[in-house]
Ligand binder design. Structure first.
Ligand code: AMP
Length: 134
């Protein structure tokens, strides 16, 4: 039984298969749904960080409203995707992470690098959603 499900979405490059799966798992288990997008930069001037964040916020908001994700459970983070995803897992006691099998880092590989790193680092279950190669 899952209580808190985190969906990791690269809003810049992928379709909605991952969030759809996370949503259906959340419905099935009556779990709270969380969403995260990571902007993979760290050392940037504050105003540029703000600009990058503002670019992705409308998409996160739109997805969250469509899939009923509360404001407090929506996250846009800066850093390495897998590290930020696993940090959220720990902080919010997530018990299932739903992630795509590959994204822009894994187009040629069977398993993307974020997916692979999350699988290795996470303390909770990880559900891999098989995405079509683009
Ligand atoms: P990758 O390992 O980059 O090929 O991506 C595999 C999966 O990791 C994607 O389908 C997403 O679920 C997740 N992911 C990749 N990049 C990000 C990101 N920047 N923010 C959130 N999740 C991501």
């Amino acid at each position: 039984m899952y209580k808190k499900i985190l969906c990791a979405v690269d809003v810049k490059s992928e379709d909605e298969s991952t969030i759809e799966k996370a949503f259906s798992m959340a419905e099935q288990y009556n779990a709270k749904l969380f969403i995260v997008h990571v902007i993979e930069y760290t050392f940037l001037p504050k105003d540029y960080q703000k600009k990058l964040k503002e670019e992705v916020l409308p998409k996160i908001k739109e997805l969250s409203e469509r899939y009923g994700i509360l404001k407090k459970n929506r996250f846009v983070k800066f850093g390495q995707s897998y590290a930020e995803i696993c940090a959220l897992e720990e902080k919010h006691n997530i018990d299932l992470i739903v992630i795509g099998s590959h994204g822009k880092h894994g187009i040629k590989a069977l398993l993307g690098s974020t997916a692979n790193a999350v699988l290795q680092q996470a303390n909770c279950d990880v559900m891999l959603v098989k995405l079509n190669k683009v």
